[in-house]
Design a protein around this ligand. Structure first.
Ligand code: ATP
Ligand code: MG
Length: 401
């Protein structure tokens, strides 16, 4: 028997009614992209599943790794297809048991997407269970079997498998539109961007730095972070924006305790202008309520008032730090984020910044500034970097200048 890989799509996709074909097509297209270069090939894509062939077991680890990181995949299995007829399934299971690990107990887990098949799933569980018991003498254990023999019936074929793996679930990237994420070098914003990808968004990144006022190490961190995140959406754009000139003006004119609020207002204006040019539909930040002084509701209000059209989405607003750290570790961004750097928001910021900024006061402080010219100048001077994934052989990173 030649193994296939069967992929089950994220369960929420089944609920999409008339839109389901669009979601299913996007998962299938993303699988095709993800398996590029592995030698695997898509045999068919159905509303909630896809089947792949692959060239041999030495390619399996790469293929498995790719499917484990693809938004839209609920689970996948290495499965052996046989004719959906009882005797063919029994012969297939007999063969499968010859390559199964040593076991004392088993269960059958049958499912059907082909409701024309004459036996129901419980019938199949009972009939194939009896067969395996007689054939091997193994005990049945429904709750904690050593071997879980899965049988999935679809379009006249029964797929037999011993093992399956969870995917990262979520919506396929591309179904929910385009957003712009403000990516610092910190722990939170990469996690926030990832959460949006799992809701089907394509994410473009904006990173603000204060080079040449301080050394530019945060820029490399931002690149490394985008490099990691690109594997979930295959290609990314990162806008590097210098806030140095704007910060110089703020340092001259505004009271020190208001500096962070003013820096943030400019960041949002610049990011919204980039989003407008990129046709993006929302801004994303890694803010979490009350985590630091700039993240009180009062300050968020004073900062968000500069937005003209787009909503700001804050996927981590109610997360506790420990949960964010756990996500960041799993995602592989944590070790990059904890590298020391000089964040542009810490530039000349006093120990006690304002925690309840008054919007009218902030507006007054900005009166002497030519805000729109400053914003346009920063956007025009931004540096765009492009990233792609899967990596091209022979190149260490996904950075693709
Ligand atoms: P993070 O861990 O993402 O840096 P944080 O807990 O340090 O977040 P802040 O420094 O207050 O919180 O930043 C809040 C949000 O503002 C960040 O999550 C990010 O979305 C945005 N932000 C802050 N600094 C920058 C920057 N230099 N470039 C781009 N976005 C930034
Ligand atoms: Mg930060």
């Amino acid at each position: 028997m030649e193994p296939r890989v069967t992929v089950n799509f994220f369960h929420e996709i089944a609920l999409k009614g008339d839109n389901r074909p669009m979601f299913s097509r996007q998962v299938a297209a993303n699988i095709r992209h993800a398996i590029d270069g592995t030698g695997a090939h898509m045999l068919n894509a159905r509303p909630m599943t896809a089947a792949l062939t692959y060239p041999g077991n030495d390619k399996w680890p790469v293929l498995k790794e790719r499917l484990e990181h693809l938004p839209g995949v609920e689970r996948f299995a290495r499965a052996y297809p046989v004719l959906a007829a009882l005797d063919a399934m029994q012969a297939g299971i007999r063969e499968l048991l010859t390559i199964a690990p040593k076991a004392r107990s088993f269960r059958i887990t049958a499912s059907r997407s082909d409701k024309n098949f004459p036996l129901t799933s419980p019938d199949l569980n009972a009939k194939l269970g009896d067969f395996v018991k007689t054939e091997t003498g193994l005990a049945v254990s429904l709750l904690a079997p050593d071997l879980n023999i899965r049988v999935h019936i679809e379009h006249g074929t029964a797929y037999l498998s011993l093992e399956d793996w969870p995917g990262i679930r979520g919506m396929p990237v591309g179904v929910s539109g385009h957003v712009v994420a403000l990516l610092s070098g910190g722990i939170d914003s990469p996690v926030a961007a990832y959460q949006m990808m799992l809701r089907g968004c394509r994410v473009t990144f904006v990173h603000f730095h204060s080079f040449p006022l301080v050394e530019g190490t945060s820029r490399e961190k931002a690149e490394d972070l985008v490099n990691v995140l690109t594997r979930y959406q295959f290609r990314s754009r990162l806008h590097m924006v210098s806030l140095a000139d704007i910060q110089k003006r703020i340092l001259l004119d505004a009271p020190p305790e208001y500096r962070v609020v003013l820096y943030r207002r400019f960041m949002l204006r610049i990011a919204e202008e980039i989003a407008r040019r990129e046709h993006a539909l929302a801004l994303i930040t890694g803010e979490s309520l009350g985590q630091v002084a700039s993240q009180t509701l009062e300050n968020m209000q004073a900062i968000s008032l500069v937005m003209q059209r787009l909503p700001i989405l804050r996927p981590l607003i109610a997360y506790e730090k420990e949960d964010i750290v756990r996500h960041a570790r799993k995602l592989g961004t944590y070790d990059i984020s904890i590298q020391p750097d000089q964040d542009c928001c810490s530039l000349f910021v006093p120990n006690h910044p304002v925690t309840r900024a008054v919007p009218e006061d902030v507006t007054k402080m900005e009166e002497p500034l030519d805000v729109s010219t400053m914003v346009q100048a920063a956007v025009d001077a931004a540096d765009l970097r492009r990233f792609t994934w899967p990596p091209v052989p022979g190149r260490a990173t996904a950075l693709d200048h």
